[in-house]
Design a protein around this ligand. Structure first.
Ligand code: ZN
Length: 160
């Protein structure tokens, strides 16, 4: 799979924009210049480009097609991505199609959610939550909140 641009309708003015999966900075509407929600798909072959090298923090949704709670958490995360447009990017990873990522992040339950900033895992949690809780969790991770940081620091500290 390549990283094809997606068409995103601007929530501010309604204009359709083509939004790339990976780019410098973050996408803005070509018409009204407001920040656009950045919601992309990622997999083993594109994760480095789409997530690790992203210039803003990325919320990663590790989901599976057969997972009921994932179908509830995905729209909640899309709401968070819209609320925090310009501050975060949302990347969805189908764990069954991305065995390397499942292994890298030791995914034992879906959905597993990660907040990643420049390749470093700031926070992770498993299971479904309502949008308001997810947003609070993401904002806390971005603020460097201690509650969001559990075992995440150990795995990435020595990484190249
Ligand atoms: Zn607009």
């Amino acid at each position: 799979m390549s990283v094809e641009p997606k068409t995103v309708r601007c929530p501010h003015c309604g204009k359709n924009n083509r939004v790339p999966a990976a780019a410098e900075g973050h996408p803005r509407c070509g018409n009204c210049h407001q920040s656009l929600p950045w919601i992309v798909d990622a997999e083993d072959s594109t994760f480095t480009q789409v997530v690790d090298k992203a210039s803003i923090p990325v919320v990663v949704d590790l989901w599976a097609t057969w997972c009921g709670p994932c179908r509830m958490v995905s729209p909640a995360l899309e709401q968070v991505a819209a609320d925090l447009a310009g501050k975060i990017k949302l990347a969805k990873v189908d764990v069954d199609a991305s065995p390397q990522l499942s292994q890298r992040f030791e995914v034992r339950a879906v959905p597993t959610l990660l907040v990643i900033d420049r390749g470093r895992v700031l926070a992770r949690q498993a299971g479904a939550r309502p949008a308001a809780e997810l947003r609070a969790w993401v904002e806390e991770a971005l603020a460097g909140g201690s509650a969001a940081e559990s075992s995440a620091a150990t795995g990435s500290a020595g990484a190249p």
